[in-house]
Design a protein around this ligand. Structure first.
Ligand code: ADP
Ligand code: SF4
Ligand code: MG
Length: 315
C-alpha cells in the first residue's frame, strides 16, 4: 500500500480537573489540533519540554485514551471509527515502549511471562522458541528468561520493554522517552539497538524525547511541540530552526553534548499555566521577538510543506 503509514488530522485532547466540593472545574488542552504524517520506515521525532503533551499525543495515537476531536488513519484505516474488535486486531501492528522500564514491567512476572503477555492478550499461540528469540533480538542471554525485572539493570529492563513491544512484530512503534531514565552510555547502546531493529524489522518509529540533541541524532524529521501545539516541523536534522522556541531549545540546556549542558543557561522566561494560556502566541512570555500581533493573535502552522512553522516573525 502506498501513502503514509500514519496520518493524524486535527487531533485534540481536552482534560478537565477539579470540579469537586472545594475546587472549581478547570479545563486545559493537552494536545491542540495536531496534524502530521509518518512515512513507512521513517523515524519521526517529537520534542518539547516536560508537560507539552508528548505522552498524551502518543496515547491518543494508540487509542489508549480517546481524542476530544480529530482523526487517526493507520495504513489507510481510520482508527477513530473502528469498533473495539477491529481495533484490537489493528493494535498488534502498533506498539509502545515506555520511559520507565521498571514501572512498565510487572514485578511478579519472570521475563518469560512478561514476553508471553502480548500473545496472551491477543489470544495467539506463542511459538516454542519465541522467548529465546526475543531475548536474543535485544541482545540478552536466554538464561535471563527465568529472572524477574528487579534482578536486571536499567538498560536490561529497557531491552525487555523493547522485546515485549516487538513481540507481535508490529509495523509501528511509539518510543516515549525510552532512554530518559538511563545513564548516557547505556542510552547510546539502546539507541543503537533501536536503529538496528528498525533496519532488520522494517519498523516505523515515533520517537518522543525532551532532548533535541538526541532527536537530531536519531530522527529523520522533527516535530517541535510547545504547550500542546506543534510550533515547527524540521524537515531534516540539519535544518536551521525557524521558530524562536526551537532556536532557544537548540541554544539552551538541550545541547547535544551532555558535557556542555551545564555551561549553557536553561531556556529562560516563565511558562504560562496550561489552564490560562495567553490570548495570542503561547510563547510570547518567553520570546525576544514578541510583537503586539503576537500578543493578540494565535499563529497557525504555515502551509509551507517544506518547513512548517507557527510564528508571525520566523527566523
Ligand atoms: N489524565 C490527565 N488528566 C489531566 N491532565 C493530564 C492528564 N494527562 C496529562 N495531563 C496534562 O496534560 C499536559 C501534557 O502532559 P503530557 O502529555 O504527559 O506531557 P509530556 O509527555 O510532554 O511531559 C500536562 O499539563 C499534564 O499535566
Ligand atoms: S509568534 Fe511572536 S511570540 Fe510567538 S514565537 Fe513567533 S515571534 Fe515569538
Ligand atoms: Mg511524557
Amino acid at each position: 500500500m502506498t501513502g503514509p503509514l500514519l496520518r493524524i488530522e486535527g487531533l485534540t485532547k481536552r482534560f478537565h480537573s477539579g470540579g469537586g466540593l472545594f475546587s472549581r472545574e478547570r479545563a486545559m488542552i493537552a494536545v491542540r489540533d495536531v496534524s502530521l504524517e509518518i512515512a513507512r520506515g521513517e523515524v519521526l521525532g517529537v520534542v518539547g519540554e516536560s508537560g507539552c503533551g508528548k505522552s498524551t499525543l502518543a496515547r491518543l495515537i494508540l487509542r489508549l485514551i480517546e481524542a476530544t476531536n480529530g482523526r487517526i488513519v493507520f495504513d489507510g484505516t481510520e482508527l477513530t471509527a473502528l469498533p473495539a474488535s477491529a481495533l484490537r486486531a489493528m493494535r498488534k501492528r502498533m506498539a509502545m515502549v515506555f520511559q520507565d522500564p521498571y514501572s512498565s514491567l510487572d514485578p511478579r512476572f519472570t521475563l518469560a511471562r512478561v514476553l508471553a503477555e502480548p500473545f496472551r492478550v491477543q489470544s495467539r499461540a506463542m511459538p516454542p522458541d519465541a522467548v529465546a528469540a526475543m531475548l536474543a533480538a535485544v541482545g540478552l542471554p536466554e538464561t535471563l528468561a527465568t529472572s524477574y525485572p528487579h534482578q536486571l539493570s536499567g538498560g536490561q529492563r529497557q531491552r525487555v520493554g523493547i522485546a515485549r513491544a516487538l513481540a507481535l512484530r508490529p509495523d509501528f512503534v511509539v518510543l516515549d522517552e525510552p532512554t530518559a531514565s538511563l545513564d548516557v552510555s547505556i542510552q547510546a547502546q539502546i539507541i543503537a539497538l533501536l536503529a538496528d531493529l528498525r533496519d532488520k524489522m522494517g519498523l516505523t518509529y515515533l520517537f518522543i524525547s525532551h532532548d533535541l540533541g538526541l532527536v537530531r541524532y536519531f530522527c529523520d524529521r522533527i516535530v517541535v511541540m510547545y504547550l500542546g501545539s506543534v510550533v515547527e516541523v524540521l524537515p531534516d536534522t540539519k535544518a536551521a530552526p525557524r521558530h524562536p522556541y526551537t532556536d532557544a531549545l537548540m541554544r539552551s540546556g538541550f545541547a547535544p553534548d551532555p558535557a556542555r549542558r551545564r555551561e549553557i543557561a536553561p531556556l529562560g522566561g516563565e511558562i504560562p499555566s496550561p489552564f490560562a494560556l495567553p490570548a495570542g502566541c503561547a510563547f510570547t512570555t518567553r520570546c525576544a521577538f514578541a510583537s503586539d500581533r503576537c500578543r493578540s493573535e494565535r499563529p497557525v502552522l504555515s502551509q509551507d510543506p517544506a518547513h512548517p512553522v507557527a510564528c508571525f516573525h520566523p527566523l
